[in-house]
Design a protein around this ligand. Structure first.
Ligand code: SF4
Ligand code: SF4
Length: 411
């Protein structure tokens, strides 16, 4: 291995903040997080345990920065060590359950992203993830689709009005997994239909919408995420929007919590997940919907619930739609992951489908009529999982339930 690569790795290791170094150093390997980790519980491979990830990282850090390395010289990081760190870093859905179970309250989500940056510097990013990062560069979406086709979903669902205004009060940021994945086209249609029903002054961004940048961050390319943040915020501020809504938990989280840090300032608009917006409109009596008695079970998307704190809003919205809301045994801030996050699909899709099975089976046991979520990545995981495991269950996004009640989406 060239000394250049070792220098690059050292530079990446040197990016840990003091707080993160303290967290890595304090980790007692108590394994409380391991018990809650969906990736480890699926594989039982020690490399996939969060506490093993921290210890492997500390070992590499010490090779370059410990007192002994200063006295006796730095040690070379081996190919095996690099491959093991990559294996560990990417067998993780970035669900944040480890953060909740850690007695020291470590900010594991940020730690895992930083470790993926180190893996990127090592050049051991899994092939499919590296390919995704390349596609993003070319097409501004992680699916490698022609950017000109970003609005094509609107043809597939026969959306009558596709506003692309120069200025508007509200912008609907659709997100790549909604725009480019067929299972989610009706989610976009439903959100547009709700905005129309409410008579809002709103717009889409069309081809000017770029990926939110979350996949770049998850692939350890934080600088790339900054490029997407700068572009999207400029387009939205040029349109003078007061509010941006998105139905994607990942887009919401990066807009709300990462964009200010990436840009060094707060954007000049409010960001809301569309389920917050929906809850407000239902509470104000602006949407008159007939309540049913369907048994509806709500799955908290990790990026919306645990990592963003939007937990009561979807439940309040659902209370206007059904009198028969039921819950997973573990829910809210503790909710189990569906397997759909962290780019796991590109690294180990079997694991993703294994993780989602647990939730699908619980929904069946609880005799749910409909399994509902508020994130396109979750819906995709549930739809793929149900197909893979031969599970018959209606899977919907919460906005689709509303569109059905408005009579614009077929039963
Ligand atoms: S974020 Fe989730 S998948 Fe990743 S280590 Fe923590 S608990 Fe496991
Ligand atoms: S729960 Fe916290 S201290 Fe324990 S192994 Fe996990 S990260 Fe380390």
């Amino acid at each position: 291995m060239t000394s250049n690569t070792q220098e690059k790795i050292k530079e990446a290791l040197g990016k840990f903040t003091r707080k993160q170094l303290m967290e890595l150093d304090t980790c007692s390997h108590c394994a409380l997080c391991t018990k809650e980790c969906p990736a480890y519980n699926s594989s039982e491979n020690p490399l996939h345990a969060p506490g093993v990830r921290t210890s492997k990282t500390v070992k590499l850090y010490d090779k370059k920065f410990s007192l002994w390395s200063k006295i006796f010289g730095e040690k070379e990081i081996t190919q095996k060590e690099m491959e093991e760190l990559a294996e560990s870093a990417y067998h993780c859905t970035l669900c944040g359950r480890c953060r909740e179970s850690c007695p020291f309250g470590f900010e594991t989500h940020e730690l895992w992203i930083r470790i993926r940056e180190i893996v990127e510097a090592m050049g051991t990013t899994p092939e499919n993830v590296a390919r995704l990062a390349g596609l993003l560069d070319e097409t501004m979406n992680p699916y490698g689709q022609d950017p000109d086709t970003r609005l094509d979903w609107s043809f597939y669902v026969d959306l009558d009005d596709v506003p692309e205004e120069d200025e508007a009060e509200i912008a609907y940021f659709v997100g790549c997994t909604t725009a480019y994945k067929g299972a989610n086209h009706e989610v976009a249609f439903s959100i547009c239909s709700i905005l129309e029903e409410l008579g809002e002054n709103w717009t889409l961004l069309g081809e000017d919408e770029w990926c939110c940048g979350a996949p770049s961050m998850m692939a350890g390319k934080v600088e790339d995420a900054k490029k997407y943040a700068e572009h999207n915020v400029k387009i939205l501020e040029d349109k003078k929007v007061k509010k941006v809504i998105t139905g994607c938990a990942g887009c919401y989280r990066i807009f709300k919590f990462e964009y200010p840090a990436l840009l060094g300032r707060k954007p000049n608009f409010e960001i809301q997940h569309s389920v917050e917006f929906l809850r407000d409109k239902l509470a104000e009596g602006k949407l008159d919907l007939e309540k049913s008695d369907e048994r509806i079970i709500y799955h908290d998307p990790c990026e919306l619930g645990r990592l963003s704190g939007i937990i009561k809003e979807p439940r309040e919205a659902l209370s206007y739609l059904t009198s028969n809301q039921i819950e997973f045994h573990v829910n809210g801030i503790d909710s189990k992951c569906c397997g759909g996050g962290g780019l796991l699909q590109g690294v180990n899709n079997d694991m993703r489908l294994d993780i989602v099975k647990i939730k699908l089976e619980e929904a069946l046991e609880k005799k749910a009529d409909v399994l509902v979520s508020a994130c396109p990545a979750c819906k995709l995981a549930f739809v793929d999982g149900a197909r893979e495991h031969g599970i018959e269950l209606e899977i919907r996004d919460i906005h689709e339930l509303v569109a059905k009640k408005l009579g614009v989406l077929e039963e």
